[in-house]
Design a binder for this molecule. Structure first.
Ligand SMILES: *Cc1c(COP(=O)(O)O)cnc(C)c1O
Length: 419
């Protein structure tokens, strides 16, 4: 792929883009702070599919017309509404349908999963995370370690970069082979939220299994962004949110993956609730707890149908586009962004994201030497929606479903003016 700069190139790429029709399926904001909006923040909150309102309205209407009968509607009962999402969701993360459930939100799900998977012993109690792991994950894992009577500081083992910000697979494998006997669970972010590094999930999973560790992945920044193959890679469990690349709306319901080899095992699912009960006995109300098979058994509570409607709407867009085409465009679009950045006449800019497309998704994290939040404010005032991380990093993520090559070109032009 040869990239060349310039407006006409971007225009041509947009014309030839097989996914060009998808931007129209989203509410792309016209304006930001009075200027033409360039939205590059799908890593934080994906834009709203136009179909979402209709999906939510449909459920409001059913509630209005049917009341409680909606749960057992003949065509589309609420009781199995969440289950209808497992299949399209499973396609996105590379799982079997029965290994996936859509439920709760991400940090809550990490706790639920750890309630069953984290069984620390005196010898093996540590949780391995990457440096610059998302704070919520760290808080959750520290509290889990503490809950089991271990010292939270000692219980979290952090793998750090050799130098700079990128953590090589070799370094991770080295830590795992040297200290694996202390590690109960390896639990990294599939794509790190800060650096945008996409870790080698199959390789790290394999080496951790070799040392007897369990392996889970937080896929908040990976699901809907990069191709995943959780079942084939033999991952033990995973959790993700659906509001970033998956466009299901602020705080939308999240997803979990539990590998089928744990289905039916003693102590699985971890915590019980009636919504994990088999459907045919769930409403008998007196049976002993008899969980549904697979990931469904992990669902504890009545699902929020209005919120699931937005997940359904978004997954339909993903079904139509397909992850292979989304990823193909993503590699080009982010490659174009990298190309334009690397050609800026400045030595103030460097990337903390890997240059190898197989080690990153859509996001590039740009370090701007000597910049402070004022730079970001100025960019915002010129219509750019991106994300600032102290002390000097701008995260931008062109989302292939609704961003264009022109968006990328215009962003770099504005950035160039400001530095
Ligand atoms: C976005 C994100 C979260 C957010 O967690 P919620 O429970 O949805 O608030 C957690 N972990 C990672 C790695 C994230 O990127």
């Amino acid at each position: 792929m040869i990239y060349s700069p310039g407006k006409s190139f971007a225009e041509q790429m947009d014309r030839e883009d097989p996914l060009r029709g998808f931007r129209e399926k989203f509410h792309y904001p016209d304006q930001h702070r009075g200027k033409k909006c360039i939205y590059l923040c799908g890593n934080s909150l994906g834009l709203q599919p136009k179909s979402t309102r209709e999906h939510i309205n449909k459920e409001l209407e059913r509630w209005q017309l049917q009341g409680v009968e909606g749960w057992f509607d003949k065509e589309d009962p609420w009781v199995t509404y969440a289950e209808t999402l497992s299949e399209p969701m499973a396609r996105i993360v590379g799982a079997e349908e029965h290994e996936v459930a859509v439920m709760n939100s991400l940090t809550v799900n990490l706790h639920l999963i750890l309630s069953a998977f984290y069984k620390p012993t005196k010898e093996r109690y540590k949780i391995l995370i990457e440096s610059d792991a998302f704070p919520s994950d760290r808080y959750a894992f520290e509290s889990q370690v503490g809950l089991h009577g271990f010292d939270p500081v000692d219980g979290i083992l952090e793998v750090t970069p050799d130098e700079g910000t990128i953590i090589s697979t070799e370094k991770i494998n080295k830590v795992i082979s040297e200290r694996g006997h202390e590690i109960a669970i390896v639990l990294l972010g599939g794509v790190n939220y800060y650096t945008g590094q996409w870790f080698d999930i199959p390789e790290i999973t394999r080496s951790a299994h070799n040392e007897g560790c369990l392996v889970g992945w937080d896929l908040a920044h990976a699901a809907g962004n990069v191709p995943l193959n959780l079942h084939g890679d033999d991952v033990d469990f995973a959790a993700w949110c659906n509001y970033k690349y998956l466009n299901s709306g602020p705080g939308s319901i999240a997803g979990v993956f539990i590998h089928e080899r744990f289905h039916g095992e003693a102590g699985m699912p971890g915590l019980a609730g009636w919504w994990g009960q088999k459907l045919d006995s769930r409403f008998n109300m007196r049976k002993p707890w008899d969980p549904a098979e697979g990931a469904k058994g992990w669902v504890i509570s009545t699902p929020t149908i209005l919120a699931l409607a937005s997940v359904r709407s978004s997954l339909a867009v993903f079904e139509e586009a397909g992850m292979p085409r989304i990823r193909e465009k993503s590699v080009r679009l982010t490659g174009y962004l990298e190309y334009l950045l690397s050609n800026l006449q400045t030595d103030r800019i460097s990337l903390i994201t890997p240059k190898d497309p197989t080690s990153r998704g859509a996001q590039l994290s740009i370090r701007v030497n000597g910049a402070d939040k004022n730079l970001f404010e100025t960019l915002s005032n010129k219509g750019i929606v991106a994300d600032w991380r102290e002390p000097d990093v701008i995260r931008v993520a062109p989302a292939p479903l609704y961003n264009s090559y022109m968006d990328v070109g215009e962003f770099v032009e504005i950035l160039e003016d400001e530095i």
